[in-house]
Design a protein around this ligand. Structure first.
Ligand SMILES: NC(=O)c1ccc[n+]([C@@H]2O[C@H](COP(=O)([O-])OP(=O)(O)OC[C@H]3O[C@@H](n4cnc5c(N)ncnc54)[C@H](OP(=O)(O)O)[C@@H]3O)[C@@H](O)[C@H]2O)c1
Length: 363
């Protein structure tokens, strides 16, 4: 359960998110707006359906002074409580007809300004910061001709208009994530075969003994097979689709229930599988959460085709459906499915993949 207050900055697009956070997750939302009248309207809108746990915070993300005084006002309100998270939603451009200077100042410098001032207010053990990026960021990147210039945008950065402002925002967020890069001895082996219930269970028992009263920050279900591994369809579906469920079921109790996270490794093959389904009705099933028995039915259908490609792609499409179901069941956890892109590993070597592992990690 999200019991701590959550602050969200700014305005109309955030009404739906604020409503969900207040109504479904028990959050207290501080909804930021530079315009008190518009902001209050948004707050009233949220209150209509979600109740009173939402209030206005007057803030203009383009003004250091305004951000500072908003942070001071919130500090006074919170006392010793901490924020669960910060959503940097404010942005401008396209049909707003704002000049380039304002676009870059709001979209790129804004999230940094807000984050710098609000950081001490965020729970330092498991707080989160979400920056609203845009598909325009990657489009900007695609249009850069020289590889060297492109490369700069694929790495953390310390500091032309809307598109560049969005990509800088996401690179800054990546920089923060990479601060805690692994180093030294804080890594150890856990023997586990995700295709065996017995192995997963004994791995969970071994970890329980190691952890004592400590909890896991997160679980990454990375194990997968297919493509150039030359594994059979039955093994592919058992590893890639049932494996993450087996592991999650056995490790769930070990994960921090306030703010833990589960990441499942999906694949672009999943959406490709869905795209290849001929009827819209059949397609629709793969766009929604699925129960275990529904997934088992789909596994049977896929296995009937006896095709390795369908097995791999279908296994990842079904993993997405499982991930959605899991996220619905555990709103207290952050549960997601990610895809690394097409990366040169044992799975893809010789099948046209050229990007190195670091690119997959960045993705
Ligand atoms: N490479 C890509 O382009 C790409 C694209 C999209 C998604 N992915 C996904 O990314 C994940 C990692 O794949 P990768 O590309 O890094 O391939 P990889 O180098 O071949 O790694 C696959 C890993 O999964 C482990 N594994 C397989 N079956 C297992 C089992 N039953 N129990 C425990 N571990 C098992 C393998 O362990 P062993 O070495 O012991 O077999 C290996 O460490 C997979 O889920 C894959 O589907 C990869």
């Amino acid at each position: 359960m999200m019991t701590q207050p959550l602050t969200s900055c700014i305005l109309l697009a955030i009404i739906a998110i604020s409503t969900t956070l207040v109504k479904d997750h028990g959050c207290h939302v501080y909804l930021g707006s530079r315009d008190v009248v518009k902001g209050q309207k948004a707050v009233d809108e949220v209150k209509k359906t979600a109740g009173d746990a939402v209030e206005l915070l007057n803030i203009d993300v383009s003004s250091d002074e305004s951000v500072q005084s908003a942070a001071e006002a919130l500090t006074a309100k919170l006392g010793t409580e901490k924020l669960y998270g910060l959503v940097n939603n404010a942005g401008t451009g396209i049909m707003h007809n704002t000049p380039p200077t304002e676009i870059l100042d709001t979209n790129t410098r804004g999230p940094r300004r807000v984050t710098d001032h609000f950081l001490p207010l965020i729970n330092q053990d498991c707080g989160r910061i979400v920056n609203l990026g845009s598909g325009a960021g990657p489009i900007f990147l695609e249009n850069i001709r020289s590889k060297k210039d492109k490369q700069r945008f694929l790495e953390p950065m310390i500091t032309n208009a809307y598109n560049v402002s969005k990509i800088c925002g996401s690179v800054t967020a990546e920089g923060r994530r990479r601060v805690k890069k692994t180093a030294g001895d804080a890594v150890e082996l856990l023997n586990i075969d995700v295709s065996s219930e017995e192995s997963v269970q004994s791995a969970a028992e071994a970890l329980t003994a190691k952890l004592g009263s400590e909890k896991l920050y997160g679980l990454v279900n990375n194990a997968g097979t297919g493509v150039m591994h030359n594994t059979l369809p039955t093994e592919i579906l058992d590893t890639n689709t049932r494996g993450p469920r087996r592991v999650t079921n056995n490790f769930l109790a070990l994960i921090n229930q306030d703010c833990g996270r589960i990441v499942n490794l999906g694949s672009g093959g999943g959406p490709n599988f869905v795209k290849s389904i001929p009827t819209n009705e059949d397609k629709q099933r793969f766009l929604e959460p699925m129960s275990e028995s529904q997934i088992e039915d789909e596994i049977k259908n896929i296995l009937n085709t006896n095709d390795g490609r369908s097995a791999y792609q279908g296994s990842k499409a079904l993993l997405a459906c499982y991930t959605m179901e899991l996220a619905n069941e555990h709103p207290n956890l952050m549960i997601s499915i990610v895809t690394p892109g097409y990366i040169k590993t044992a799975m893809t070597i010789g099948a046209g993949a050229t990007k190195d592992r670091m690119k997959g990690q960045l993705a």
